[in-house]
Design a protein around this ligand. Sequence first.
Ligand code: NAP
Length: 335
Amino acid sequence: MTATEQNLQVRLAKRTVGLPEDDTWRIAENPIPTPGPGEMLVANRYLSIDPAMRGWINEGRSYVEPVAIDAVMRAGAVGEVIASNNDHFPIGTHVSGLFGVQQFALSDGKGVVPVDPNLAPLPYYLATLGMPGMTAYFGLLDVGEAKAGETVVVSAAAGAVGQVVGQVAKIQGCRVVGIAGGPEKCGWVRDELGFDACIDYRNEDVRAGLKEHCPDGIHVYFDNVGGDILDLALSKLALRARVVLCGAISQYNNMQAMRGPANYMSLLVNRARMEGFVVFDYAKRYGEAAREMGEWMAQGKLQTRIDEQQGVASFPETFRKLFRGENFGKLVIRV
Ligand code: NAP
């Protein structure tokens, strides 16, 4: 950091419908702040780019407050403490927290956790060892109650959450079928991650694929996308199936009202359950999941694919990649 260096930030310029274009954002440069009593200055190293950020810029009630107009865009990040008046976080500590789409963040330490770059590369703390990994672990095992011998289907299978869901389901002894866009993503989850099958929804008939690869029906459908794919999965449920509502990315940029499932009577016929969840409700148990997944990683059973983009100013375009399926693995920006 030099005396003339500025803090490059992305701020929310306006609310929007549809895919957020460049004018949704304002790129700003401001002086790097100085920490006050109890505060620290974090130099962000990697920013987490998540579909949930689309919901955070909408007006109205959700599970978190909307980002205010002209505020720095909220984002998870990992960084390094470079100045500190906080005894819990001395200079040189690597930390994870909601530091925002900017190069430098002031923090009072609330909601911040230390991370160890010697145990895993920093971006992994935004992926398998971070929020998406926790989402996959608790969504699959706690909400979905996946058990050995069952068939698990996961959509957005080559993404941040999906790649972990499929691998953890394999570790549990499940049969795993992914759904993903394109032959490259499908080939990777099958050949590298060990999924039993993958349906390329952009080029294949999903209904026929589910019929072929789920001969006993679907016991757990882990839904990341909503829309047509959710409806098709509902039509193939096994008795007492669990549908885990994790996300509905196909609906986030809808210009009209969000589309719900039409096939919901399948829940009745199959005595099945469909349940939504928010990962933050599991915050007290993150340590448990991180320990177990850390062991699987050390044993080579759990891989993490990172999709790394460059620079804070790339945020508007990088963010749109999520909704076009242009990310492959967990999407991050290297600051
Ligand atoms: P991701 O899967 O890494 O990236 C999003 C992927 O969604 C894209 O790569 C694309 O993959 C797929 N996609 C985009 N538009 C689509 C469409 N119209 N139809 C079908 N697929 C589409 O993202 P992630 O971070 O892992 O998040 C996955 C889901 O989990 C999101 O819905 C997110 O909101 C949700 N989530 C929920 C929680 C929670 O607490 N409930 C926490 C974290 C994430 P393809 O190329 O395969 O289409």
